[in-house]
Design a protein around this ligand. Structure first.
Ligand SMILES: Cc1cc2nc3c(=O)[nH]c(=O)nc-3n(C[C@H](O)[C@H](O)[C@H](O)COP(=O)(O)OP(=O)(O)OC[C@H]3O[C@@H](n4cnc5c(N)ncnc54)[C@H](O)[C@@H]3O)c2cc1C
Length: 80
């Protein structure tokens, strides 16, 4: 596109990057222990909102590792 607008410009990219954005059917990430593996905590499916949800995840996982249960834990729990 840029090359079409400015044909004399060298538009070859120096670097390229690609990433996968995982999302769930509800739009909420999964945060918590993995079903059938209660000692494994996982956080996934941020759906492009990971800056906010990684902060939420940090609170939930830290509370779980400390033996407690965050009030929002069920909202983000993995489906069984
Ligand atoms: C290009 C791009 C644009 C984005 N834009 C947005 C946006 O506009 N809004 C938004 O909300 N989110 C956005 N995100 C998503 C957001 O940045 C991420 O979802 C969020 O930073 C994830 O946080 P995290 O703490 O879960 O993981 P990370 O930030 O990936 O942190 C994981 C850390 O663990 C370290 N690590 C990994 N393996 C090991 C190991 N074996 N031992 C020790 N350390 C290890 C890594 O080095 C890293 O520091 C964007 C992401 C990308 C890539």
């Amino acid at each position: 596109m840029l090359g079409e607008l400015l044909p004399k410009l060298d538009c070859r990219p120096e670097f390229q990057w690609a990433g996968a954005f995982g999302s769930t059917s509800t739009g909420l990430p999964f945060i918590g222990s993995v079903p059938k593996h209660p000692r494994i905590q996982a956080v996934m499916g941020y759906g492009g909102n990971g800056i906010t949800y990684s902060r939420v995840a940090a609170e939930l996982i830290a509370t779980a590792l400390d033996g407690g249960k965050d009030l929002d834990a069920d909202i983000y729990a993995f489906p069984c």
